[in-house]
Design a protein around this ligand. Structure first.
Ligand code: NA7
Length: 551
């Protein structure tokens, strides 16, 4: 922090590359989602030359790609927005308690316009590889389109849910109808009217898209691998009066969320559910069930998170709710999970999901009873026969946490690849850096808090920390910041130890990579509290970059 950095203007950043076509920047950020956008703003404010590389044609990341009908938040809209733009907080009027994809995309476009972010973003550009040059201490990045970038610092803002998971079912290329993956949904109206449609997947995305498709489909067949504990979202429009009250609360709300366990408005009740009478407990469950969002998860007794017996009581309550909502008892039983406790997988929030199965045009197929063998020209061949359909929708999720990084060819010191280094599971220090990959930062990846939290609340302090580190890199004599392998091992062990023996560990989930065939079963998120995670970062820097190697 000894020198004042020289400011490079936008014209320099836009300049054509050197003779080899390489364009050089101080910092390259990969991804223009909510994390990359804020990171761009902060790095730019440091006076550093910076370029964001984004595969999509617009900003918003998750809220750009996941434009399937029904896509919406299940964190309260106002708790999910950026906290750092007072003007925008005063200006932006959320239409609904839980914003839909179009409203969120509009919000991120407004942010990009207001802060003139697009001038530093290369859209329609997909990074495929990056190599660290030990002579010059710089990274060279190659895009699929043949663009080349060089930067001292690379910040991966690629998100935890951005590498689509395609089921390993042969024959999709043969299918003559329309097919879509929910996370690669086209920017056009997809007409379901009168069509025979198959949806594969019943996670957070499936339960949102299924009721929308069922509204107009001629026939909808849902293929379910695992039943999920989905709960009603209870969305509603926000009135002007609501917004006035909500805005008045911003000065207290944001600090509260930053100090909370996962950045959500709801907080666990420390009372044990087994210490109250069944009547009190049932009344509490009913009250939560009729409340919006995650009130019926992290707003309840916290022993549901760790005590199997307490959790089972709540599972029984929720199972009865499904039975009440689904007319056909056999279908209801198929929709009730029997292999995991409530909250041990991400809890999807739904609107009319269970009632959808009361429609005459909707069928449910259990993949455990009737597995899919292949896609055919006309549809889907299961063990019991061929189902002819006009459209297939894959709501099969993501190679979460690590996929967005391991799908790239990233080469650090000595030519080692990140993919190889992580073949038995991710190794990180503080979820931010990987030993052997200098000046390479991950804002939102494995071992980060975002996996179990409210995205912007968990990422803002991390993005702010990275901006401080970037400033240090350019104002100190050292040229590299890199995780110390010993600190990396200790951190990784602490992350996996925290998860071992928990109720979470009893379920097959994206948090253990179970949804992806062949992925090692290793815990990939972070189970501690948000303040603990953030303090760990800031304390390490304050302590002279404890656990990092500066050279
Ligand atoms: P999820 O939650 O991973 O759900 C994906 C769904 O697709 C889930 O029901 C999976 O079953 C199913 N799936 C995955 N692979 C297959 C194959 N090969 N065959 C059949 N079914 C399959 O992803 P979402 O997109 O719904 O949600 C992602 C996040 O978005 C979520 O965590 C929220 O944060 C928002 P499984 O349960 O694995 O047996």
């Amino acid at each position: 922090m000894t020198e004042t950095p020289a400011r490079l203007d936008a014209t320099a950043a836009d300049a054509p590359g050197d003779q080899s076509g390489v364009r050089s920047f101080d910092v390259v950020i990969v991804g223009a989602g909510l994390t990359g956008m804020y990171q761009l703003k902060l790095v730019r404010e440091l006076g550093r030359s910076v370029r964001v590389i984004e595969a999509g044609s617009g900003v918003g990341g998750t809220w750009y790609w996941n434009r399937y009908p029904g896509a919406r938040l299940d964190s309260e809209s106002y708790s999910y927005q950026y906290s750092w733009d007072e003007e925008l907080l005063a200006e932006w009027r959320w239409k609904e308690m839980f914003a839909s994809q179009p409203e969120l995309e509009a919000y991120y476009n407004r942010v990009a316009d207001k802060h003139d972010l697009r001038r530093d973003i290369d859209f329609d550009t997909r990074v495929e590889s990056m190599v660290f040059d030990e002579e010059t201490d710089t990274w060279t990045l190659h895009s699929t389109e043949g663009r080349l970038y060089r930067a001292r610092v690379v910040i991966m803002a690629t998100g935890i849910l951005s590498d689509p998971n395609f089921p390993k079912i042969p024959g999709l290329e043969r299918f003559r109808g329309e097919w879509y993956h929910t996370s690669l949904w086209p920017d056009k109206d997809v007409d379901f009217t009168g069509k025979r449609i198959a949806v594969i997947g019943t996670g957070a995305t499936g339960v949102q898209v299924i009721p929308e498709v069922a509204k107009t489909a001629g026939h909808l067949t849902v293929f379910q691998r695992t039943a999920n504990w989905a709960v009603p979202l209870r969305n509603r429009p926000l009135s002007d009066e609501d917004m006035r009250r909500i805005r008045d609360e911003y000065p207290e709300m944001f600090p509260f969320l930053r100090g909370s366990f996962s950045g959500f408005l709801h907080t666990w009740d420390p009372t044990k559910s087994t210490d109250v009478s069944p009547e009190v407990r049932d009344a509490r469950f009913e009250e939560a069930f009729s409340s919006p969002g995650f009130a019926k998860w992290i707003g309840l007794y916290n022993d549901l998170a760790y005590d199997a017996e307490a959790n089972q009581i709540y599972c029984d309550f929720l199972a009865d709710k499904i039975r009440e909502r689904v007319d056909d008892p056999e279908t209801a039983e198929k929709l009730i999970p029997n292999d995991h406790y409530f909250g041990t997988k991400r809890v999807p929030c739904e609107t009319n999901y269970y009632e959808t199965y009361n429609q005459d045009n909707v069928d449910l197929v259990l993949l455990k009873e009737n597995p899919i063998r292949e896609f055919t020209e006309k549809g889907i061949r299961t063990e019991q026969g061929e189902l002819e359909v006009d459209m297939i929708i894959l709501a099969t999720g993501f190679d979460a946490f690590t996929g967005a990084l391991t799908r790239l060819d990233i080469r650090g010191l000595g030519g080692q690849t990140l993919r190889d280094k992580w073949k038995d599971g991710p190794l990180t220090y503080l979820g931010m850096q990987v030993a052997g990959f200098p000046n390479f930062f991950i804002v939102g990846g494995p071992h980060g808090k975002g996996g179990h939290g409210n995205g912007p609340r968990c990422s803002e302090p991390v993005v702010e920390w990275v901006a401080q580190v970037v400033e240090d890199i350019f104002t100190h004599p050292w040229r590299r910041v890199e995780a110390d392998p010993t600190a990396e091992q200790a951190w990784t062990t602490s992350v996996t130890d925290k998860a071992a023996g928990t109720l979470q560990a009893t379920a097959k989930s994206i948090f253990f990579g179970d949804n992806i065939e062949g992925k090692p079963r290793v815990y990939v998120a972070y189970l501690g509290a948000l303040p603990e995670f953030v303090d760990g970062l800031y304390d390490a820097r304050k302590a002279g970059y404890r656990g990092f190697i500066l050279s």
